[in-house]
Design a protein around this ligand. Structure first.
Ligand code: ADP
Ligand code: G6P
Length: 479
């Protein structure tokens, strides 16, 4: 009998939490295959062990983080070391021994809890940067299951990795997974570069890395959204999500309030657009930016900066019947959000670094194909790797963004339709259902733990087969 799927993430869907694309897709996979979702409960629960927070149609098991774990593992190493490091903001990295210790200890405690529920045939699918040591911890506890990681954020550059307290441990953590799933081909290249620089690693042409007695596969699986579900949400959404206060012409921005999203650059660019290009036109920038990780100093600073900037730009340009920037500092319901996307003439994604950016995909899917809005997309968002027909911008160049706003608002209908059609094809190709199926199939196909003699034996056989078929499927690459 095939094993269950065990999904592990720091965040777990809880009552009342909105079901994003990822939650919906994983929910469907879990329902079909049966299984368990394990994650940290944001509020409360017993201090020790896993506790059930829902069992229909699959099991949801939560654990509670102590105050010290929350500070060191979540706010500390995850969000004040790994997050800035992976998003090219090494200047914001806070290196503190207690952060690293808390991160390692929390992952170890979680591994011990997982070991109490995992059966030998179960597949374990770990999500994101909070849980990088988890496979290594589970291996130490004797688990030989197939364990995959999907990293939702950018893979760091080799030079940035050397900032970590123990860079060799980082490679060892990752090599303990069977499959490393990354967002883009560029992420895969950076991950392989890390292994290439490590004397413990050897390479195969199919992208597998032999590391000690383990074989790890590295591959990109660009994540998407639940296309059909989001499209019907947009089509059936409230035609007036602004409750009578709909701006005549608006550009939409939707982001967690995070310093990686390039929000100050976006506001400045909109100010420059108003100054240089708008003439008598009075478009509005509707920016929805709910607070995120507010106790971390860098997040506090960006909040203040944006309030100051929006106040200044509105002060310069507003009139009695027009507020240029509508800045909404809270989340909005998904069905309303879909309607807000649909009514927008353009969407601005100005990330300075971003794993994928699902907002870009949501905006495209929500459009009316006969009269679509234009996506202005940072070339540093993972989404730009495949959505090359968006208006790609350099988010560091405020003048470039201002010009793109002007171009988007004046773009002829035929060009809008063509660009939308091409972006839509890219979004459909990465539907989150396909993403889940492809990832799990790849994890299934992984070789798993191999003793070195067995591994070499298997590779020799594969090479012999390839040679006889005149198809060099796999071979050692000399270092
Ligand atoms: P990140 O994962 O860095 O937050 P993404 O763009 O990949 O960025 O995903 C953000 C998700 O959160 C999207 O599904 C988006 O719709 C949702 N979201 C972001 N801001 C809001 C908001 N203000 N209200 C509702 N949903 C939001
Ligand atoms: C990004 C990360 C996720 C994280 C989310 C919200 O999407 O990749 O792992 O859950 O941001 O951040 P939070 O810290 O609130 O969980």
């Amino acid at each position: 009998m095939p094993g269950r799927l065990i999904v592990v993430s720091n965040r777990i869907p809880t009552e009342g939490a909105s079901a994003g694309g990822l939650a919906v897709a994983l929910h469907d996979s879990l329902r079909e295959r049966g299984g368990i979702w394990i994650g940290a409960h944001p509020d409360d629960g017993p201090e020790e062990g896993l506790f059930e927070i829902g069992s229909e149609p699959y099991q949801r098991l939560a654990f509670r983080l102590s105050r010290a774990e929350y500070d060191s593992y979540y706010l500390g190493f995850s969000n004040s070391v790994l997050w800035p490091l992976c998003h090219r903001r090494s200047d914001l990295v806070q290196l503190r021994p207690d952060y690293a210790e808390g991160y390692v200890a929390t992952n170890r405690r979680l591994a011990e809890m997982i070991a109490t529920v995992a059966e030998p045939e179960d597949q374990i699918w770990v999500h994101d940067y909070h849980l990088l040591p988890l496979a290594s911890d589970l291996r130490d506890l004797g688990l030989d299951n197939k364990i995959g990681l999907f990293l939702h954020i950018p893979f760091p550059a080799l030079a940035d990795l050397s900032i970590l307290p123990d860079p060799p441990a980082f490679a060892l953590w990752l090599a303990s997974f069977d499959l490393l799933g990354l967002q883009t081909r560029a992420d895969t290249a950076r991950c392989l570069e890390m292994f290439r620089s490590d004397p413990r690693a050897e390479f195969f042409q199919d992208g597998s890395v032999k590391f000690g007695d383990r074989l790890v596969r590295v591959k990109s699986f660009p994540i998407g959204i639940a296309v059909d579900a989001f499209r019907s949400l947009a089509e059936t959404s409230d035609s007036d999500p602004f409750g009578g206060e709909r701006p005549q012409e608006y550009i939409i921005g939707v982001d967690r309030l995070d310093y990686t999203k390039g929000l100050p650059h976006r506001f400045r660019a909109f100010g420059e657009y108003l100054q240089r290009y708008a003439g008598t036109r009075r478009p509005c920038l509707v920016q929805v930016a709910p607070p995120s990780r507010e106790v971390v100093e860098a997040y506090r600073q960006i909040t203040e900066e944006l309030e100051e900037l929006s106040g200044r730009i509105n002060g310069q340009h507003a009139e009695l019947d027009w507020t240029p920037i509508r800045y909404i500092h809270r989340p909005i319901a998904r069905n309303r959000l879909a309607g807000v996307y649909r009514g927008a003439r353009a969407c601005m994604v100005t990330s300075l670094a971003d794993g994928m950016n699902l907002v870009a995909k949501e905006f495209v899917v929500a459009q009316d194909p006969d009269d679509p809005g234009v996506l202005i997309l940072s070339r540093f968002a993972g989404a730009a790797e495949d959505m090359t027909d968006a208006l790609l911008i350099n988010p560091y160049d405020v003048g470039d963004i201002a010009q793109a706003i002007d171009r988007a608002l004046n773009m002829p209908l035929h060009e809008r339709r063509e660009r939308h059609r091409a972006c839509m094809a890219a979004v459909e190709a990465t539907d989150v259902g396909t993403w889940t199926t492809q990832y799990l199939a790849a994890l299934d196909a992984c070789a798993g733990t191999l003793s070195v003699p067995t591994l070499l034996d298997r590779l020799q056989k594969r090479q012999d087969r390839s040679a006889s078929a005149k198809d060099p499927e796999v071979s050692f690459i000399s270092r």
